[in-house]
Design a binder for this molecule. Sequence first.
Ligand code: NAD
Length: 979
Amino acid sequence: MDANDPVVEKGREIFSLMEAEQPAVFDRHRWAGELMHLAMKDPHLKVQLFRFVDAFPTLTSSELITRHLREYFLSGEAHLSPIVQQLLVGASSGLASGVTSAILRRNIMSFARTFIAGETPASAGKTLQRLRETGRTFTVDLLGEAALSEQESSRYSDLYLELVEHLAADLRHRHAPAPLREDLFPYLNVSVKASSLFPRIGPLNYEESVEQVRVRLRPIFRKVREAGGFINLDMEMFSLKNITIESFIALLDEEEFAGWNGAGIALQAYLKETEEDLYRLAEWAESGRRKVTVRLVKGAYWEYETVNAAQKGWPSPVFPRKTHTDWNFERCAEFMLRNSHCITSAFGTHNVRTLAFVLATAERVSVPSGEFEVQMLYGMAEPVKSALREMGQVVREYVPIGELLPGMAYLVRRLLENTSNEGFLRQAFVENVDRDALLAPPEPWRREEHVVSSEEPGFRNEPPLDFSLPENRRGCREAVQRVRGKLGSLYPVVIDGKEYPAGNSIESRNPSNPDEIVGTVFGIDRELADRAVASAVKAQAVWRAASAQERADVLFRAAAIARRDRLELLAWQVLETGKNWAEADADVIEAIDYLEYYGREMLRLGGRRRLICPPGEENLYHYQPRGVGLVIAPWNFPLAISVGMTAAALVTGNTVLYKPSSLSPVNGWQMFRLFREAGLPDGVLSFVPGKGEAVGDHLVAHTDIDFIAFTGSREVGLHIVELAGRKAYGQRSVKHCVIEMGGKNAIIVDEDADLDQAVAGVVHSAFSYQGQKCSACSRVIVLAGCYDRFVQRLADAVRTIAVGPAEDPACFMGPVIEGGPRDVILGYIETAREEGRVIQGGPVPESGWYVPPTLALDLPPESRLLREEIFGPVLAVMRAKDLDEALRLANGTDFALTGGVYSRSPATIQRVMAEFRAGNLYINRSITGAIVGRQPFGGFGMSGLGSKAGGSDYLLQFMVPRVITENTMRRGFTPEVIA
Ligand code: NAD
C-alpha cells in the first residue's frame, strides 16, 4: 500500500483520533454488548437471538416470553450456556419467573433504545437535545409498520406532519453547526419513506405508485419548506427505487417547488444501477438549474435483495461482495463531489476507508468541508463519529423515532449490520483487523467476471417478469392491445389434424367487459367425440413407439414457443379469464415449467432398468403408456393446468383428447396450438371443446378411454370417478383417474405472528385472482391474543384493495369469471350478512362481473361459509382461543389442499407441521403460488386423488410399470457365467 496515498493518510488520521473505547453495541460491560459478542462467535445463537428479538414485541405476557425463551434457546440438543442464560434472563433465578421476563423486557427495551431515540418526537426530545448540546446535528426518521392500508398510510402522513411541526417549533432559531453551510444544510432535517405513504405501492402498479407518492409527499414537502427545513427521501427495496426517484423528480418539477433546494434523495451504492441513477439526477438538476442533495449510503437490504433475486431467478441487483459496494461507493462519491455545482453530497457510512476516501477526494476536488456532510446512524460507531468531529467534519446522525413494535425490523437490520462478517465495524472493533488492511482500496467489480451462463443443464424455473423494468410493463400493455386486435375469431375442433369449424358454438367473453367477445369455439357432439377417440386409438401405435427423447423434445419445443409468445399468452388470459398481468404471467411460466420439468422427468424414467438379476435371469423394469387419455381442465389456470396434465400424458406416450373449460376455451386453443406448432403428429392430441355436462359423461364413459386427468370442482371430480368406475361393454382396462379438486383452505395466525407479514400474506392468499384459486385462503383462524389487532388491520387492508379491469395494472383484483359464479358468490355474501357480519371493500365497477373483496365475521360454527368452497373473494374470519382450537377448526373440513400458519414460535410451527391436514402447508408466507419442482402441488382427502403436479411422482400416474423376466440359461449354459 502506498503510505503517501492521501486516502491512507486520512484513514490513519481518523484511526489515530478514534477514542480507545468500543462502540456502545460492542461494550462487553453492557448486557447487549456481551450478547453481541457471543452471537458473533456462534452463528446458531445469532440466528436464534435475532429471531427472538424480532418476535419479542408481540410477546405480551411473561408466560409467552418464557415459552419463547425455552423454544429458541433450550430446544433439542442445544442447551443454553449458563452465561447466555444469565444474560438473557438477567437473573440466575431460572427461566420461569415473571421477574425474569420483566428484566428481559427492560433489557431489550434499553437495547432497542441504543438505536431508536424514543417512541414519539416528544419522548425523543431529550436525546435530540443532547445531540444538539454536543454540537451534533441529526435527521429524524419515523419508524412505522408496513403501511398496508389507506388508514395506516394516512396515519403515517399525519404523524409526519406533526413531527415536522414539532421539530420546527423546537428548532426555529437554531442554525446548522459550523462549518456546515446553512443554505445547504438547514438545521431541521427529516427523512421519509415512500412505501409508508401509499399502501398499494409496487412495480406492477408503477404509474399510479409514482403519482400517488408524489401527491402524498407534496404536503410534507410543503410543510418542511415552510419551516425552512430539509427533507430526504429514503431508499428502500430495489423494486421501489425507480418509483421513488420518479416521484421525487416529478414533485420537485412542480412549479411550487421550483428553485427549492431543500429536498434530497438517498441512493444505495450496493446497487449496480446507482451510478446511472446518479448521472440521471445530476442531469436533471443541471437542466433545471437547481441543486439536488444526494445521500449516498451502502444499502441496508442486501440479504433481502440477494434472496429475492435468487428466488425469482432474476439477476441480482446488488453487488455480490461488500468490497464491490465499497468500490462503487467511492466511484459515486467522486462523481458527486466533482459535480458539486448541481449535487450537494451527504455520505452515510461508518467505514473509515470510505470516509477517508471521501475526505481526501473532497480536498482533491476542492469541496470545502461545510459543503458536504457525513451521516452515521444513531447508536453506532461512536469512536468514528468523534474522530471526524475532531477533524472538523460535522456528522449528522440518522435518528429513528418510533414504537418498539414497528421498530423491530429496524433494530434487526442494525443487529445484522453490526455483526456481519464483512461489516467494517465488526472487523475494526471486534476482530481487530490490521488498520492498514482496513484502509486498502476495495476491489473493483467487473461485470465479465460475474457472467452466469444461462445454458446450465438441468431444470430451472422460468423467472417471472420483473415489472420494475419499463420494457416489461410496456410489453404487457402492447400485448394486450395486439391480442385485442385478434378477438372475435372462430376456433375449430381439431381431430386427427383435421379442423371441424362447425357445431355447438361456445362464445367466450371478457369478464372485465362482457360485451367484448374473446372468441367463439366450436364444441364437439357425440359423433365428433367418437371420432376423436378413434383417432387417438389409431395414433397410439405410432406415438407409444416414439422414444422418450422424441416425446420430450416436443415438450421442449413447446416450451420454447411459449417463451417466444409469452406476452401474448399472458394477454389472452388477461382478456379471457380476468387475471391481472402478474397472475397471468405466473400461469404462463408455470406452463413453461411443466413442459421443461416433465420432459426431463421422462428422460429419467424412460428406458429399461435392470433389477436384481441372479445368474441365468434377466429382470427388466420399464414403464409403458396407459393408452388413450381424456384431459379435462378448469378455467382458473387456463394454460398451466391444461399444459401440465396434457404434457404429462403425452410425454409418457399416451394419446390425448383435450377438453378445455368452456369458460376459457380460447386459452385452451392457445395450449393446443403450442403442441401443434411443436410438431406433435396428427391424431396424438385432439382439441375437443364442449360443455362439460353435454359431452363429458359420454367421453368419460367411452369404452376406449383408458384414463382421465381432471382438475376442477369436487362435485364434477367425484362424478367422474363414479362414472369411470363403471365398466362399459368391451372395455379393456380399469379407467385410471388423476383427479385434483377444490379446497377450503385455512391460515392460522398465531398471537406472536408478524402482523405486517400475516396481514399482507392473508390478503394475497385470499384475494389475489379474486380468490379463484384452488389454493386460495378462504378461512383465517386468528388466535385470541392478536384477534382484534389483526382483524382491524386486515379490514383496513381489504378496504384498500383496488378492483377494476384486469388489464389495468393499478387493480389488484379484477372480475370473477362469469355472471353465474358471480351470483353464487353474492349469494354466499348474503348468507354471511344474515348469519354474521360482513366487511367489504369499496364499490366495484358495474360493467363487468365484479365482486368486492369481502370478510365474513362472527359466523355460527355450522355456517356453510365455513365448509363449502366459495371460489371467490370471500374470506371467513374465525377466532380461536388457543392452538388446539385453531387446529381443530383448520382440520374441520373434508378438504385437505393447502394451509398455512404465521407464527414465530418454533414449537407451534412444529405442531402445525405435524397436525395440519393439508397437501401443501406453508409457514410464514402466502399459501398460493406453488412452483414446479419447488412446491409440487396437490391435496388429499376430498381435495384430490393423485400425486403432486410438478413433482417427481406425477408422470408415474400416466404409465403402467411392467417387468420382463428372461431365463437366459439354455441347456445349462449361461451367458453371464461364461463372460
Ligand atoms: P368445474 O368442475 O366446473 O370444471 C372443470 C372441468 O370439468 C371443465 O372443463 C368442465 O367443462 C368440465 N366438466 C364439467 N362437468 C363435466 C362432466 N360431467 N364430465 C366431464 N367434464 C365435466 O371446475 P372449474 O370451475 O373449471 O374450476 C374450479 C374448480 O377447480 C375449483 O373447485 C377449484 O378448487 C378446482 N381446482 C383444483 C385444482 C387442484 O389442483 N386441486 C386446481 C385448479 C382448480
